[in-house]
Design a protein. Structure first.
Length: 430
């Protein structure tokens, strides 16, 4: 755990630098050109050729004529082709040549938006955008505390004071880090709008420096961003792998006494921790990276968040309530994720509830955990009071003098002053 913590700390600064330096350069070039992001539909600044790798359906907002070489709406085309307003089908390997000023056809999996409203949460193009935005915010805020590679980091702090200080500093660093993708997204709509045609908008951070800075400087900045992307992948993947593999090898697989067998069990658990998510990720290639991350946060928020909040602050929580809440919230959120990944895109309230499940799975998990705990009061641990004191008392308090709850009555009796001794000169009548 300590080695992975040091690795993640180093990789954070590498990621932060890899995004901060290109972001400053991109903002500087954008400001020097006295350019604007614009408020209309995204258009290309210069002649651009886009090759569609797979069969794609695009949406055209403005009628225009572009050069197409390949398959358009089921017919072979090689030359100028008029695109009417509406949807058009492009075959695999089709090349679309856009002239400077042409509006970019947008893949149908992305919402059609103008530059002046793409950043607004309620303009996300999803059904019931208010619910979707609030549910995503709830998933990210509450899901962070339930991520295994985040929880494990607290074990590397020597005491509670350092844990709180670390949390406070990390929140500030993360807030600074998450400002940078917004910069790339806003300027990317102006300089790499052709990514809207293929749907590879995740590549904006990688391609934007080269588009704005020609030659070696742009290539070096792109390489720096690539290094940061690999660091992000390795830090998250290594932390999650160690966390999940440790749980599997110690709590799921049979325990081994010999060190060699324990190491072998950990290695097998690491393979399972990487292989199973990889297989589950194959059907999700058509879903954007941001949507997949939001679903993962929704599962964490629906399972571990209620356990941590109630386990730390509510003394009436029982083991039966804990298991019931974990199973209910975790299973329902996982089902919603699997249906979204495998089942396809649903419309209406059903699609909104499945694509952003945190708004209903998190309260349901809390309700089940509290209800089952209230129905099983006899399963409340006997030493819950002592545990609560150890959790919330200052570190400077001498907790060694605190006795278990079962002896609290005896402690109270022993703390009372003894009765006064009888007077030897008193008579029996007295």
């Amino acid at each position: 755990m300590r080695s992975i913590t040091f690795a993640q700390a180093f990789q954070f600064w590498l990621k932060f630098t890899a995004l901060l330096v290109p972001a400053i350069a991109v903002l500087g070039v954008w400001h020097q050109r006295h350019d604007t992001v614009g408020d209309g539909y995204p258009t290309v600044r210069r002649a651009t050729v886009v090759t569609v790798a797979d069969a794609t359906t695009v949406r055209v907002e403005h009628a225009e004529t572009v050069t197409v070489r390949g398959t358009l709406d089921g017919s072979a085309v090689s030359g100028p082709a008029p695109l009417t307003v509406g949807k058009h089908h492009l075959g695999a390997g089709t090349r679309v040549e856009l002239r400077a000023g042409d509006a970019v056809p947008v893949i149908t999996s992305l919402p059609a938006q103008h530059n002046n409203d793409w950043l607004r949460p309620l303009g996300s193009g999803q059904d019931h955008p208010l619910y979707a935005s609030l549910s995503l915010m709830l998933a990210i805020c509450l899901g962070t505390m339930g991520l295994p590679h985040v929880l494990v980091r607290f074990y590397t702090n020597p005491d509670g004071h350092d844990a709180r200080r670390t949390t406070f500093i990390v929140i500030g660093l993360l807030s600074s880090f998450y400002l940078l993708p917004t910069v790339f997204g806003a300027i990317g709509r102006r300089y790499v709008p052709d990514l809207l045609l293929t749907g590879n908008t995740d590549a904006t951070v990688l391609l934007l420096p080269e588009r704005m800075l020609a030659g070696l400087p742009g290539t070096l900045l792109g390489a720096l961003v690539t290094a940061g992307a690999f660091a992000a992948f390795l830090s998250t993947a290594s932390g999650l792998t160690v966390s999940v593999a440790g749980v599997l090898s110690q709590d799921v697989l049979p325990r081994r006494a010999e060190r060699r067998r324990r190491i072998r069990a950990f290695r097998l658990s690491a393979v399972l921790a990487v292989g199973v998510p990889y297989l589950l990720s194959l059907p999700s290639e058509r879903i954007g990276l941001a949507a997949v991350v939001g679903l993962a946060f929704a599962v964490a928020a629906s399972s571990f968040c209620p356990l941590l909040v109630l386990g730390i602050w509510w003394r009436r929580l029982t083991d039966a309530g804990t298991v019931a809440g974990l199973v209910c919230g975790g299973v329902l959120a996982t089902i919603a994720v699997l249906v979204t990944i495998i089942g396809g895109h649903e419309h209406g309230w059903l699609g909104a509830l499945l694509q952003q499940p945190a708004a209903w799975t998190v309260p349901l998990a809390f309700a089940v955990m509290v209800s089952v705990s209230l129905l099983t009061p006899g399963r409340v641990p006997a030493d819950v009071g002592r545990v609560m004191v150890r959790l919330h008392a200052p570190e400077s308090l001498d907790l060694a003098r605190i006795r278990p709850d079962r002896s609290s009555a005896a402690t109270d009796r022993s703390s009372q002053p003894p009765p006064p001794l009888a007077d030897a000169s008193a008579t029996p009548a007295d």
